[in-house]
Design a protein around this ligand. Structure first.
Ligand SMILES: [Zn+2]
Length: 428
């Protein structure tokens, strides 16, 4: 069935061809149509246009009988659904008490070393039922969608036992079945070293590789693998072992790199053709050059993903988004939504932090949470822009000049209606 969306004063983030993402200076201006329309069939965009022209099928050349449903959006602006390429939304409970400990002066690393942090989340998750975990994660997902997010990557990593890691990934599988948005699952068994393996981290790495990973792959529970490669977590050598074992089983990688120091995360990511290196709060010229040269390699390069919500919440440095874009890279940003270091569900907030804290232009920050974030998941042909062939995932806003106004009027929700595969997503 063909649907024509019209009554759109401005439609942002349009692209002539499917799968386009933006590098460096290409991020500086957002392509848009005014007095726009969008034609949708079977959940996908087949044509779009406005006063400036059109891409794909042209509605002007179409007979009245070829359009079965007309939807007047009433003069709003339209943006592509936002893409959150890095989250940990399956968790048992918030960590308010650690929030207060940090405000009293403890560091994130010190809290983690004392059994707080990820291990605290793991203890709570291990005793929570799959149904309860699902219900809590589904509620968080609805909040994200209400803020315009229609693609979400979700990691395991609060299980840290085979059984609990599988439980988390089964929750993600149920979310995939129940929500029409695009969801990607990431196995992050190597998120922290459990207490019972203290002093013997390699034994835990063995467990991840020989027991967890084969079961995750066999059940088809993950789209990618991830490792927290950093000081006090997993070394470069351990990360390399895990990524190679996963690649041998067909799982591509995205890793947590350089949150706590210049620890070799980017190097091991590029060496293992990882799709993205996330965090990068510590990132020197050496890492930037390596990321830039990776764009020329056969796999297309490792996308640098900043997580400014984490920097904001923990008070740590921000990834050098400005320098990464100036180096010509397809910089992306995500929420890192998790109970310890970024209890932030809204990519609109991340967009604002990209501008005010990382000195990105509003347009650059917009691309960082749409098509470039999609590239970090290698799903840029599906989502992240409005182009013929892509999923009709978008949101409407009554905010005028949305690209600049969203990061400017910070901490407001500018999203009014969300459409997924051309259908309105009704938040109850
Ligand atoms: Zn993370």
């Amino acid at each position: 069935m063909r649907k024509l969306f019209h009554g759109i004063s401005k439609m942002w983030g349009v692209a002539a061809e499917r799968g386009r993402y933006r590098c460096g200076a290409e991020m500086g201006e957002v392509e848009a149509f005014t007095s726009a329309w969008m034609l949708v069939e079977d959940g996908r965009i087949v044509g779009l246009g406005g006063a400036e022209g059109s891409y794909g099928e042209d509605v002007g050349a179409m007979g009245e009988d070829e359009i079965l449903e007309r939807i007047d959006l009433g003069g709003v602006e339209v943006l592509p659904g936002l893409v959150d390429s890095h989250t940990h939304i399956v968790f048992a409970a918030p960590r308010h008490e650690e929030f207060e400990m940090r405000l009293r002066g403890e560091s994130y690393e010190a809290i983690a070393a004392a059994g707080g942090g990820i291990l605290n989340s793991a203890r709570k998750l291990q005793v929570m039922s799959e149904d309860d975990l699902y219900a809590a994660a589904a509620d968080r997902l609805k909040v994200m969608i209400a803020h315009g997010t229609t693609t979400v990557e979700i990691k395991s990593g609060y299980g840290l036992t085979t059984e609990s890691e599988l439980k988390m990934l089964r929750v993600v599988k149920r979310l995939k079945q129940d929500f029409d948005i695009l969801i990607k699952a990431t196995f992050l068994g190597a998120h922290g070293i459990p207490m019972e393996f203290k002093g013997e981290p390699d034994k835990y790495v063995d467990l991840v590789i020989t027991d967890m990973l084969p079961k995750v792959v066999e059940e088809g529970l993950a789209d990618h693998i991830d490792v927290f490669c950093d000081r006090g977590f997993f070394t470069v050598e351990q990360t390399d072992r895990i990524l190679k074992a996963a690649a041998a089983m067909g799982l591509p990688s995205k890793i947590h790199a350089n949150e706590l120091g210049l620890t070799g995360g980017v190097q091991v990511a590029v060496a293992n053709v990882s799709w993205s290196a996330d965090h990068l709060e510590h990132c020197s010229e050496v890492e930037i050059d390596l990321l830039r040269s990776s764009l020329e390699l056969e796999y297309g390069g490792t996308v640098p993903v900043g997580l400014p919500g984490t920097s904001y919440f923990l008070g740590i440095p921000y990834a050098p988004g400005r320098a990464l874009i100036d180096a010509g890279l397809p910089f992306a940003m995500a929420t890192d939504f998790n109970p310890g270091s970024s209890p932030i569900a809204s990519l609109q907030m991340v967009w604002a932090l990209g501008c005010t804290q990382q000195k990105l232009l509003p347009a650059e920050a917009f691309y960082a949470v749409t098509c470039n974030a999609a590239r970090a998941l290698r799903c840029e042909k599906e989502v992240g822009a409005l182009a013929a062939g892509q999923r009709a995932n978008f949101f409407t806003t009554n905010t005028v000049d949305a690209i600049k106004a969203i990061p400017y009027f910070v901490a407001q929700n500018h999203c009014d209606r969300v459409f997924v595969n051309g259908e309105e997503f009704l938040l109850k």
